[in-house]
Design a protein. Structure first.
Length: 422
């Protein structure tokens, strides 16, 4: 039976998140235990759940040890053999450095009879870091903050991050010596490039120091002299090749989650249109575009990762999904039958406490009744705040996975020509 649109949108989001849970996506990919030790290096928003799934499947009589790093406040899981660490996201702090050093320490003494299983998911770039020699942690932290404010896409951000950290861009794999490394990854990257997930600590890096310097120049990211000199000289270059016995596998992705939601929508009898799993660009611009594009009755689904360029000196409580859905509302206004939900599948929209927000045909009228200036809220990057005031914020808490943004627009009836806005 087809649910009401608001309830249906929540169920679609929950279905997408469930499709990316570690316990669901990992079991088909476990390797055979090696002759020697198995060391697990897990980092990202899904790290604890991925580690718990591995512990549940691993033979009790075979060695298993390692480190799992996830954001503070992550969903608790039962772990007995792997060491769990909390760290900071989206901006690294001192815990991130301790976590990075713990990952490196876990690689000591490995040999060809051992096996390293790297469990990667989104968020790893901030959660574990070891500044390159001569680069202070304060400088590295400031670069992370500048990247989050400048509107750079995730591939550009991670290209620079790879070359500022002694873990990323394949350097953690290099620290494993002769031990083979199996990387299992849940993607939060548009296009699912494995070397970009968590800045690719166990994948060879095709980008160069020159590419990293170009990112800093393009987005006006100030670099300390030691970083600029090292990037120009190529002294912080990352591995371009890793041993052939290293393997990698994508186990969860935006496409898989969107397909699960699409299947549910079709079960309800809706006409479903998949707009793509890798949509990018400024959040407000994409919100307007989606509202204009989704004109006919049906369900429209998309994923990817938008960006927000902070242009206001005192931004409010934003979030890229909140900005995206508020921009759609400003385009639709009180259009009959128009509903939308946009949220991050990790349960955290940027630095806000909400996963995202949803809107319906009555949202505009309620905003007018409360004398809320929605255009001004969007300008001040306070989309999350104003939508929360309207009761439209989506609070889930950390979900234990991350396949990036989930966007669903549900047009429940033919548009009324009288309600269209130019």
């Amino acid at each position: 039976m087809r649910p009401a649109p608001r309830e249906g949108l929540r169920r679609l989001f929950e279905t997408a998140v469930a499709a990316a849970q570690p316990a669901r996506v990992l079991p088909a990919h476990w390797p055979e235990p090696p002759m020697g030790r198995t060391v697990v290096l897990g980092v990202g928003k899904a790290a604890w759940g991925m580690g718990a799934a591995l512990e549940a499947a691993w033979p009790a009589d075979r060695p298993l040890s390692g480190v799992l790093v996830a954001p503070a406040g992550s969903r608790p899981v039962g772990l007995g053999r792997l060491h769990r660490l909390e760290s900071a996201h989206p901006v690294p702090d001192r815990r991130s450095v301790r976590a990075g050093r713990a990952l490196l320490a876990a690689t000591q003494g490995l040999g060809p009879q051992d096996l390293v299983i790297a469990l990667l998911s989104g968020g790893a770039s901030a959660l574990a870091t070891v500044p390159q020699p001569g680069l202070s942690f304060t400088d590295l932290q400031g670069i992370h903050q500048a990247l989050l404010r400048c509107g750079a896409p995730i591939d550009a951000m991670n290209t620079l991050r790879k070359h500022l950290c002694a873990l990323k861009g394949g350097q953690l794999a290099a620290a494993c010596g002769r031990a083979p490394v199996l990387t299992l990854a849940i993607s939060d990257i548009p296009g699912d490039r494995l070397d970009l997930i968590g800045s690719g600590p166990t994948l060879a890096d095709p980008s160069t120091c020159g590419d990293a310097l170009a990112v800093a120049t393009r987005f006006a990211i100030p670099l300390p002299p030691v970083a600029e000199q090292a990037l120009r000289a190529g002294t912080w270059e990352t591995p371009k090749e890793l041993p052939r016995h290293h393997r990698s596998q994508l186990v969860g992705s935006p496409a898989i989650s969107l397909q699960a939601a699409a299947d549910l929508g079709r079960q309800w009898g809706l006409h479903v249109t998949l707009l793509g799993d890798a949509l990018q660009g400024e959040a407000r611009a994409l919100g307007r575009h989606l509202a204009q594009q989704c004109a006919q009755p049906g369900l429209y689904l998309s994923g990817g990762e938008t960006t927000v360029t902070l242009t206001h000196s005192t931004p409010g409580r934003g979030g890229r999904n909140a900005e995206c859905v508020l921009a759609a509302l400003l385009e639709w206004r009180d259009r009959p039958g128009a509903y939308a939900l946009m949220a991050d599948t990790d349960g955290i929209d940027g630095a806000s406490p909400w996963a995202g927000a949803q809107i319906g045909p009555d949202t505009w009228a309620r905003a007018q009744a409360q004398r809320l200036d929605l255009a001004e809220a969007l300008h001040r990057h306070d989309a999350g705040g104003v939508l929360h005031a309207l009761g439209e914020s989506l609070l889930t808490g950390p979900t234990g996975t991350n396949v990036n943004d989930f966007r669903a627009l549900w047009i429940d009836e033919p548009p009324d020509p009288g309600s269209q806005r130019s």
